[in-house]
Write a protein that binds this ligand. Structure first.
Ligand code: AMP
Length: 282
């Protein structure tokens, strides 16, 4: 079934108003497009849980701190719409830029605390951009449910905090990270990797798994981290922004997985920044 593509808010609202009046639940899957099986797993979760499903595609300029990253971000709308056909989603919301940020737009949503570290520290303004656009996507779509990937675990926590703090009537669902067969977390930015870099990229996940297994064996985190970072550099990674052990609930830094914990990493490979995270202790 061809997916109805909507670009103007009045058209979207006339649909969602009907659905809300009939008491339908509305699941929204926010994306920036270049859809892969990770995104599609969120769509499947939304279809299983909700009466109506809206997938959104908006490459949000406010969450890019690097203009080259925004310019290079893959845009594949026609292929994306085709990938959604088999899911029979109810609408694909691809707002025109002026529908999201009209002239004189002046409001920012900012979540304190959770955003001080990792992506928030390395990408100034990123989470304000995310929180602002997600707030708008929730209200534009009249969402009752929203589906986010654990691939961007910090983002998932920020969105949950924001929805709770602002009393948005949306249940935020977290869905597991979908990986390639070699372990690389699926990501739209993987399309930017050269063939050679693509063969090196799974090393990031391998090194994270090796740290996690060392931690489960009771080894100290700092030497495990240092050895993994050195091996990443030898494999061809040009920089490691962070390789952190943090609490699963509030992202506080941990010396050891004494409570539910995850390992988080961001590293550069051939000009592409890869991020990943895995549970060390659930
Ligand atoms: P993006 O298009 O990168 O903004 O991602 C849109 C949504 O898809 C976010 O909730 C991501 O966390 C999620 N996502 C991205 N990659 C994956 C993946 N490999 N597995 C599961 N969810 C993912």
């Amino acid at each position: 079934m061809t997916v109805p593509i909507l670009r103007r808010l009045d058209a979207l609202r006339s649909l969602t108003r009907r659905w809300s009046l009939s008491g339908d639940t509305i699941g929204v899957v926010p994306t920036m497009g270049a859809l892969h099986d990770g995104h599609l797993s969120l769509v499947a979760a939304a279809k299983a849980a909700c009466d109506r499903v809206i997938v959104t595609i908006f490459v949000n300029p406010k969450q890019f701190n690097n203009p080259a990253d925004l310019a290079n971000y893959p845009r594949t709308e026609d292929a994306d719409a085709r990938k959604l056909e088999r899911f029979e989603v109810d609408a694909l919301w691809v707002p025109d830029a002026d529908q999201m940020y009209p002239a004189r737009f002046a409001t920012t949503v900012s979540v304190a605390g959770l955003t001080d570290v990792m992506e928030g520290a390395f990408r100034p303004g990123h989470f304000e951009g995310v929180a602002t656009v997600v707030t708008k996507l929730f209200t534009q779509t009249s969402a009752t449910d929203a589906f986010f990937g654990e691939k961007d675990y910090q983002q998932l926590l920020v969105v949950r905090r924001m929805a709770t703090d602002l009393d948005l009537p949306v249940t935020v669902h977290g869905c597991p990270t979908i990986r390639e067969i070699d372990g690389l977390a699926m990501s739209s930015r993987n399309l930017l990797l050269s063939d050679r870099a693509r063969t090196t990229a799974p090393t990031l996940h391998e090194e994270m798994e090796s740290i996690a297994s060392g931690l489960r064996d009771g080894l100290a985190f700092d030497p495990l981290r240092a050895a993994a970072a050195a091996r990443l550099t030898r494999a061809g990674f040009t920089g490691v922004d962070y390789l952190d052990l943090r609490a699963q609930d509030d992202l506080s830094s941990l010396p050891a997985p004494a409570r539910p914990a995850r390992l988080f990493a961001a590293a550069w490979l051939a000009g592409v920044r890869l991020i990943d995270n895995i549970a060390v202790r659930d």
